[in-house]
Design a protein around this ligand. Structure first.
Ligand code: SAH
Length: 214
């Protein structure tokens, strides 16, 4: 199967028409091999316009949502990004193409291990990963210029607000199990300012400052 053709159609048919216009972001989506981040049985569908299962009842997000979150982060000249919810590692790889350092946390060690192997194989030396509860953030490496939460929370975990740099930006899906509002949060003079982006559906963020495991 010629994945590079599928990848180019994904950019042309799913990202550009929906308003993703940043050239650098489009270039990165044309480059990163999404099929390597999905289980063998879903490879043929890796570039389709929907999320896919990745094991442990978790999913890799739809390509457009990954692109939208990336664009909303405003990554020009950004140094350090923290991602909560490594999952397949696809979003981490996209970020690693655009910023200096990516820190990513995953609660399931099986998923973290798989993603770690891929990061090594693909040569992403600027991704640091940890297994654990991402709602606690990554204190030793804070503050972060940007924080991206790729699982749904009822409210923004407090440690993440504290670990966000002044003038920084965080993106998070806020809401209950069935649908959430993708929300951009900016930290200005210690206060946070939230703006809604669109409706979305994510798996829950489970942890001390997140939801309870079901
Ligand atoms: N960014 C991922 C999307 C994965 S889905 C990708 O590109 O594939 C969300 C992930 O968040 C799941 O893997 C889930 O296990 C993880 N997660 C949920 N709560 C978490 C927490 N408190 N800390 C770290 N990871 C968490």
């Amino acid at each position: 199967m010629d994945y590079s053709i599928l990848r180019k159609s994904m950019v042309r048919e799913q990202l550009i028409p929906r308003g993703i216009i940043d050239e650098k972001i489009l270039e990165v989506f044309s480059k990163v091999e999404r099929h390597k981040f999905v289980p063998e049985e879903f490879k043929a569908n890796a570039y389709a316009d929907h999320p896919l299962p990745i094991g442990e009842n978790q999913t890799i997000s739809q390509p457009y949502i990954v692109a939208l979150m990336t664009e909303c982060l405003n990554l020009n000249d950004v140094g350090k990004v923290l991602e909560i919810g490594t999952g397949s590692g696809y979003q981490s790889a996209i970020l690693a193409e655009l910023v200096r350092e990516v820190y990513t946390i995953e609660r399931f060690s099986v998923l973290a291990q798989k993603a770690g192997v891929l990061f090594d194989e693909l040569g992403y030396t600027n991704i640091k990963m940890r297994t654990g509860d991402g709602t606690l953030g990554w204190q030793e490496e804070s503050p972060f210029d940007r924080i991206i939460v790729t699982a749904a929370a009822l409210e923004i975990p407090l440690p993440l607000v504290e670990q966000l740099k002044e003038g920084g930006r965080l993106i998070i899906p806020l809401g209950g199990s069935f649908s959430q509002i993708l929300t951009v949060v900016e930290k200005k003079k210690g206060e946070i300012e939230s703006s809604p982006v669109c409706g979305c559906v994510f798996v829950p963020l489970v942890g001390k400052y997140g939801q309870e495991a079901s």
